[in-house]
Design a protein around this ligand. Structure first.
Ligand code: GDP
Length: 172
């Protein structure tokens, strides 16, 4: 099958923020409390169709384990159209980590790549109250759009991926 658009999306973020869970929710509509760890990079596809066009998203999951952090090689960015940087709305450290990923991305990426920040786990109590301010401190003078999602109850997950898809279409 051929597609009008084929978009490669890379999902970065600290470990355990819900990267794999967001993909599972969006692609398979499933959620697991015990998620097998991702080794290296894997991707899943999601096909979208409207009356005008067909789109295939390739969603590349990455491992974010700090203890064995190796810079992502430039090859992962090759032909990427979109990047999600995921953090947890209950974990301040995962917001600080945004900086690390942005520095990396800044080294390799062009303006053609749409970048979105995703604060996940919106279903849990004890949410960090000043998330937007905190993110500002760590996004290195960028002004990326932030979505708050829950892979557990699904809230905002499709909305976020659909927004990303529309932005990628505008840039390509
Ligand atoms: P990753 O390491 O970033 O890929 O994170 P995982 O997808 O493996 O999720 C790590 C843990 O957080 C797992 O126990 C998930 O069940 C849990 N989790 C992921 N997303 C959510 C969410 O939106 N809400 C809640 N309550 N838990 C989540």
């Amino acid at each position: 099958m051929s597609f009008d658009y084929l978009f490669k999306v890379i999902i970065f973020g600290d470990s355990a923020v819900g990267k794999t869970s967001l993909i599972n929710r969006y692609v398979d509509n499933t959620f697991f409390t015990e998620v097998p760890p991702t080794f290296g990079v894997e991707f899943k596809t999601k096909d979208l169709q409207n009356e005008r066009e067909t789109t295939r998203l390739q969603l590349w999951d990455t491992t974010g384990q700090n203890d064995c952090r190796i810079p992502f090689t430039s090859s992962i960015y090759k032909n990427a159209h979109g990047i999600l940087i995921v953090f947890s709305l209950i974990d301040e450290k995962s917001i600080q980590e945004i900086e690390y990923f942005i520095r990396e991305i800044d080294d390799y990426c062009t303006d053609k790549i749409e970048i979105i920040l995703v604060g996940n786990k919106s279903d849990l109590p004890n949410q960090i109250s000043n998330v937007e301010e905190l993110v500002k401190e760590h996004e290195l003078s960028h002004d990326f759009k932030i979505f708050k999602t829950s892979a557990l109850d699904g809230s905002n997950v499709s909305t976020m991926f659909e927004y990303l898809t529309e932005q990628m279409k505008l840039k390509n």
